[in-house]
Design a protein around this ligand. Structure first.
Ligand code: SF4
Length: 169
């Protein structure tokens, strides 16, 4: 069964916190290559993504603060008919993890009626969220655990991965 109820997901995330970190350690030492793990994650998450409607969820737009690259700032500010500087002052802040800038407010100020107002020119960080198709899943497990209470695709993928990897909590 796929869980899509965001409040239940948050509850499970609280209950499963220790287990999630244990599984992270387990995955690091499991007898499978990075490529095998990556392809298993893509297989599981693709099946789940096909059964989830991001338009009715939009929870990443409410709870995450995506990075906006310089070239994206130009594109978005031009769409908004404001200068890049004005766009930065109004919508962005420094990121703690890198020297890049991220959207400063949550929910995202461009989310209107659960739809993205700048969808066709949305930042790459939004486009590729929840990043499960990227290589190196095992190197990004802290981010995966952070996204577990936020994104139903991550929540269900990580849980199914536990089963497929014979993880006994
Ligand atoms: S990517 Fe995840 S959090 Fe974002 S809308 Fe889709 S299911 Fe919801």
């Amino acid at each position: 069964m796929i869980q899509t109820d965001l409040s239940k997901i948050k509850d499970y995330a609280r209950k499963n916190e220790k287990q999630n970190w244990k599984f992270r350690s387990y995955l690091k030492f499991i007898d499978q290559t990075d490529a095998e793990i990556d392809s298993l994650v893509v297989e599981i998450s693709s099946a789940i993504t096909g059964r989830i409607n991001c338009k009715t969820c939009a929870n990443c737009c409410k709870e995450k603060s995506p990075i906006v690259l310089k070239k994206e700032m130009l594109l978005i500010s031009s769409r908004l008919e404001i200068s890049k500087e004005e766009f930065i002052n109004k919508y962005l802040e420094n990121s703690e993890e890198s020297d890049e800038l991220r959207i400063s407010k949550r929910p995202c100020p461009f989310l209107k009626n659960n739809e993205c107002e700048i969808y066709d020119i949305r930042p790459e960080d939004c486009r590729s969220y929840p990043h499960l198709h990227k290589k190196g899943f095992r190197t990004r497990l802290i981010g995966v655990i952070e996204n577990y209470p936020v994104c139903p695709i991550v929540f269900n993928t990580y849980n199914q991965l536990k089963e497929k990897c014979n993880f006994l909590a």
